[in-house]
Design a protein. Structure first.
Length: 149
């Protein structure tokens, strides 16, 4: 189900005073691995330390995983009954469960159930997400580039 995400970005004016530089609402788009998923790319970085005054990353190429030394911030919504697409990224992922519930499946078949308000740190593991509930679930993902395992 399509959704909207509001993104507020701060920065500095010519005098160095903190200001809101952007306040926009973005429509979700279908996922790359599963077109029934909906997602919004909110921000990304391409270096560490980050250039806090760099350009808006949404104006460039949007990738699933961050570039070397980079990060990605996105929101995903999984519909009820979605299939788990097993995958691995060479990243440390900070996962925040905003709404609903979901099961994370590991490559050995182990499962972890997550509810609204749960948090996960995923460290470059093979995994998939399946929503077995009757309602969509919404999750925030921050992917940070990691050393290759």
């Amino acid at each position: 189900m399509a959704f909207k995400a509001r993104r507020i970005v701060t920065g500095h004016d010519a005098r160095g005073k903190a200001v809101v530089t952007q306040d926009e609402v973005f429509d979700s788009v279908p996922g790359v691995m599963d077109k029934t998923l909906q997602g919004v790319f909110l921000w990304g970085t391409d270096s560490m330390p980050v250039d806090a005054n760099g350009p808006d990353p949404r104006k460039g190429k949007i990738a699933l995983a961050p570039p070397p030394n980079g990060s990605v911030l996105r929101v995903l919504e999984l519909p009820p009954g979605n299939e788990a697409h097993m995958h691995k990224t060479e990243t440390v992922d900070y996962v925040i469960m905003l709404e609903g519930e979901v099961d994370m499946i590991l490559d050995d078949g182990a499962e972890v159930h997550m509810n609204q308000g749960d948090y996960m740190i995923q460290r470059a593991t093979w995994h998939g997400w399946v929503n077995r509930s009757k309602k969509p679930c919404k999750m925030v993902f921050v992917l940070v580039d990691a050393k290759k395992s």
